[in-house]
Design a protein around this ligand. Structure first.
Ligand code: SF4
Length: 497
């Protein structure tokens, strides 16, 4: 039985395909978005709303905000998009100087309201509100450990375990910072956290910094800081990017300003390369440039590696667009639009007709027949995960009259699943885990298929390749995985950990 996958607006698969397998999304699902603000005198609930709005792409199942006014915490969270969960009236009833926000896609714990975040836990020093992006790989041990210490769980998430661990350390007599740091030492895996307490706001990254977390300032006042998964959430509220929270760093923000604590003895930068290729918004800045620029370079490199004679370069919208433009610029083959995306597709409970089912992807994407007719087309996408959508898109291009379809992918073949907070499906469902490039080409129905090399992808970052996690392309997982976890998603004995 294939596990249920919730709807995401970035799903390319239709909601109504007969084949249950084909209902799965064909891209890795985003993990979560986190946001935090400490800004006395500002409407922090409203600023958090807009911050979450900017990082909605990171999680569309549920949204939540917790505001702090002294010792009082107000929490509102629900299933749905940020714009569905909040309105003016709700935000008006959430006063405070500090807020924590979260948009969620479930990677641990199923998709229901109890698992929505922020997680709020009562402690000896007052309430704690925690928002988590990432995934722990030692959840069972941490759960057992907390059970032994008589902690009660309300949810099935690893995020609640982190909050409970901190609360439990506080209740033993530690202050917030001591409690948080000793809890983080008990956590293994990926965690970018924003944590609100009555005494201050924390921003934390795990020692590998797998998921991003940035710091911004609202103005020059020393205590008005913003924390967010991506810089696009700073831009929307007019905050200025200051710097990243470093791997293994905790920043503590209160009325006295911001203090930094390097709590891990062995930080090792391993930012998720998929954030760069696909997850994060193209207008977000990583390593001093927008990801749009990085993705242009991926396309440029792709053209250098796998040029083919053709009339037009088109993208799978929207995520393939920058690489397609880069490919076009490098090759001299004109870029054009051949696929139009319906941006308003949401979940529908009305069953489509049989003829609609046969139309395949057209709920989501439609072809421009007069652009494609008789043309030799290069189709650029950022990744192929399961291959089911690629097959449908290519059929649609041929139906629209394309004479040839050559697919170029601006990342290497995805051969391994992710355990660090992104849902890339189990290994047996990843098309490149079991098939060669020529077999994939045959299966998806293209005239030719080429992926970007791992070296090309890494070179385009302009950084040391050791400073990224690229395990879904290599199987080299930077954080050791317990055997039981490996068995849950991997099908091979030859896992390199
Ligand atoms: S395994 Fe892949 S998706 Fe997961 S953190 Fe590493 S690079 Fe990112």
């Amino acid at each position: 039985m294939i596990p249920h996958q919730p709807f995401s607006s970035d799903m390319y698969s239709t909601q109504y395909d007969n084949d249950e397998y084909l209902q799965q999304p064909d891209k890795p699902e985003e993990a979560c978005g986190v946001f935090g603000i400490h800004a006395p005198g500002e409407n922090v609930a409203k600023l958090t709303y807009f911050g979450l709005f900017a990082i909605q792409h990171r999680g569309q199942e549920s949204a939540g905000i917790a505001t702090f006014e002294g010792d009082q915490v107000r929490l509102h969270k629900d299933m749905g998009l940020v714009s569905q969960v909040f309105n003016e009236e709700i935000l008006t009833e959430m006063p405070g100087n500090m807020a924590v926000g979260h948009t969620r896609y479930s990677t641990t714990g199923s998709s229901h309201l109890a698992n929505a975040q922020p997680v709020v836990v009562e402690t000896r020093l007052g309430p704690l509100a925690l928002a988590h992006n990432g995934n722990l790989v030692n959840t069972p041990q941490l759960r057992e450990d907390l059970l032994r210490r008589n902690c009660n769980f309300v949810t099935t998430t690893d995020s609640e375990l982190i909050a409970l661990a901190i609360g439990e350390e506080v209740d033993r007599g530690k202050d917030w910072l001591e409690a948080a740091i000793s809890s983080f030492h008990r956590c293994t895996g990926a965690f970018s956290l924003v944590i609100g307490t009555p005494q201050g706001l924390m921003g934390v990254r795990d020692p590998h910094g797998i998921r991003p977390l940035v710091i911004g300032t609202l103005d020059d006042a020393p205590q008005r800081y913003v924390l967010a998964s991506e810089t696009c959430a700073l831009d929307i509220i007019g905050a200025k990017y200051l710097r990243d929270v470093e791997p293994g760093e905790l920043v503590w923000i209160n009325n006295a300003g911001m203090a930094s604590f390097h709590w891990s003895k062995k930080p090792e930068r391993k930012l998720c390369i998929f954030e760069m290729i696909y997850f994060a918004r193209p207008d977000s800045v990583v390593h001093d440039e927008t990801l749009y620029s990085y993705r242009l370079r991926l396309g440029h490199q792709l053209a250098k590696e796998s040029l083919v004679d053709a009339d037009i370069v088109i993208a799978v919208p929207d995520s393939g667009v920058p690489a397609a433009i880069g490919f076009s610029r490098a090759s001299g083959i004109p870029y054009g639009e051949g696929l139009i995306k319906n941006r308003y597709v949401g979940r529908t409970f009305i069953q489509p007709t049989q003829s609609m089912r046969e139309a395949g992807i057209r709920m989501k994407l439609n072809t421009l027949k007069d652009v494609l007719g008789g043309k030799r087309v290069i189709l650029v996408d950022d990744s192929i995960v399961r291959g089911t959508t690629s097959r449908k898109i290519i059929k649609a291009l041929r139906d629209a009259g394309a004479a040839e379809v050559h697919m170029r992918v601006s990342s290497p073949p995805v051969t391994h699943p992710c355990f660090y907070g992104l849902d890339t499906d189990s290994q047996s469902h990843l098309i490149a885990a079991t098939k060669s490039v020529s077999q994939i080409a045959k299966q998806i129905g293209v005239d030719s298929l080429a992926y970007l090399s791992w070296e090309g992808m890494m070179q385009a970052t302009g950084e040391n390749s050791n400073s990224f996690c690229s395990a879904c392309f290599t199987g080299n997982y930077p954080i050791a995985l317990p055997e039981v976890l490996k068995r849950s998603k991997l099908m091979l004995e030859e896992v390199k950990v």
